[in-house]
Design a protein around this ligand. Sequence first.
Ligand code: GLC
Length: 712
Amino acid sequence: MKFRNGLILLSAVLSCLSCRAREPDVTVEKRIDDLLAQMTVQEKIGQLRQPVLREKTRAEIEESIKAGQVGSFCVVKDPLCDPTQRNRLQKMAIEESRLGIPILFGYDVIHGFKTIFPVSLGLSASWDLEMAEQAARVAAKEARGYGMDMAFSPMVDVSRDPRWGRISECYGEDVLLNAAFGAATVRGYAGDDLADPDTLGACVKHYVGYGLSMGGRDKQFTEVSRQTLLNTYLPPFEACVKAGAVSLMTAFNDQSGVPSTANPYTLTEVLRKQWGFDGFVLSDWDAVVELINHGVAGTESEAAELALEAGTDVEMKSTTYVHLADSIAAGRVSTEVLDEAVRRVLRMKFRLGLFDHPYVNEARGRAVQLLPEHRALARKAAAESMVLLKNNGVLPFPEHTKRVALQGPFAHSRDLYGWWTGHADTSDAVTVYDGLMQAKPDSMQLECGSQTRFYSPVTLICAGESGQCFGESHNLTDITLAQSQVELVKEAKAAGSKVVVVVFGGRPQVLSPIMELADAVLLAWHPGTETGHALADVLFGRVNPCAKLTVSFPKSTGQIPLFYCDRRSGRPREDRYLDLDSNPLFPFGFGLSYTEYTYDNLRLSSPTLTAEGSLTVSVDVTNTGTRDGKEIVQLYIHDKVARITRPQKQLKGFQKVMLKKGEKRTVSFTLNPDDLAFYDADCQRVVEPGVFDLWVGASSQDETLATTFRYE
Ligand code: GLC
């Protein structure tokens, strides 16, 4: 028993250490002290300014660097994003500014830099944290090689409104998955030491609650209680801070009236005092000056003071922080507040190695882009993100398939990277047509119906939405598949074809109009550079689809918001509409395979979980089909009685297991008291005694294997 207690005590100490993020590096702090002692107020403010590189003329860029007025650059799809240019600007900062403080370069590396991976919502459907971490390693190697020091990602805004175009950038509707994928990405970027050339600092965004933007309209107000922030929207950011984020980016929205960029509760009370974050907070694009639009600041000076005092250290694009010199002189802002913000920036520059290794190896930086092993990983990630939603046996294409007609707007498209395209060229992408032509058996004829719309025994329709239909400020009032594409499916069906529909997009789409008609539906997302190869791998059966949805697919736009973990109500069965039920077309956690799995023999190590203990949950999973495959086993709980209403179901564990055909495997999970914790209406973190429902299954709606346990 003693050993067991020791282990639990050790884990408690470790978790406390990790929540302090890290112990200060005395040498670095001393070097910062020395720099601060030499810096003028203007030079300190300079470190808090992040202009957008492409918005400035060459003369403005060089003048501001030499004057020590650039702490970092926001580099957005910019030809100056190039190792040689970056070294030239860095050399100017180090050799021609008074104190030679290096510049930090930030870039929107969202799901890849030169090698593009599936959009984040798609990658999350792989439920593969290790692969997500590897993808981040690739992005870090390519981006840092080009001289970018920090990625404006991961985006971990839990989102439950697919009308919102930016749902494509997050990891779905679930708290645990956003936290897990966000932390995996931060770890992948950071490697073992942020000063290494193949690593990247993570600027986690958008802090916080951006996914709640009213009506799915981007950048709108939100209504959210503090306990809901603490239970749902903050945990992914806490996980990323613990994983080693260097920065957080504030969100455009408010939290119930207090704009993210000027919210002392989230930026100081939670982030600094509770989590111990020692990096810096960056505003989003113009978010500081937009405090005037929010109506909480009357002037640029007021906006700057509100933001800095709340805890926003660096201002992206807008220039209100130039007024801080007057604020300091007038005594409205203290030198201590200014120095602390500068210290956080300098600390991250030291941690990123910018003072000791300010230049990138230009030849190496160019050589590591789009390497074969990077493409190979992108191909695997794309294939393992594709969700099989329906299959009546038409897939995978049999070897003897003679003719397939290829139809639809994505058949030859290079619009495959989503809204954020990194620093990639669409010419690098493998199109659907290219991939199928390279993979198909010689005996198979691939017909590209042009005007004749010639249909074969099998018609493959590549449908969905462009990368310009989702992303920032790209919201929709109706997410139903385009009628013209529905007509394609109808025509092919009427011509006697078996119809396979591949759906491209970055958000859930209403697919109801084609579900009866199609013989198979495969959700491909925007798969990235290796689209054609990955799709061919799945269609020809080289990869057995294993992905599962991390966001609910509604039957109608009118059902939104619709998600698996909604809180209980007083009349749960009266939640219908007059014209439709309130169930999703496809639930969270759903995805088919070319094989089948059975789950049985759910058992617990004990009927009771105690404050000092843990509970082992086991289930036997069998691959009863004819193909090897990977199954994503999911564990959910429900708190039956608590002091506030709790979600009907919460994901508390998942495992992706490889099972050969016929293989049976026991899959086990460990539940700890911390897994039951939540914040109550007083924002107190509590774990309450009581009975919990527990399910283990293939999706959030699979309740075949159910049991209960007691916490006491
Ligand atoms: C944008 C986005 C943010 C991005 C930043 C820099 O407005 O909200 O996600 O990182 O500006 O491009």
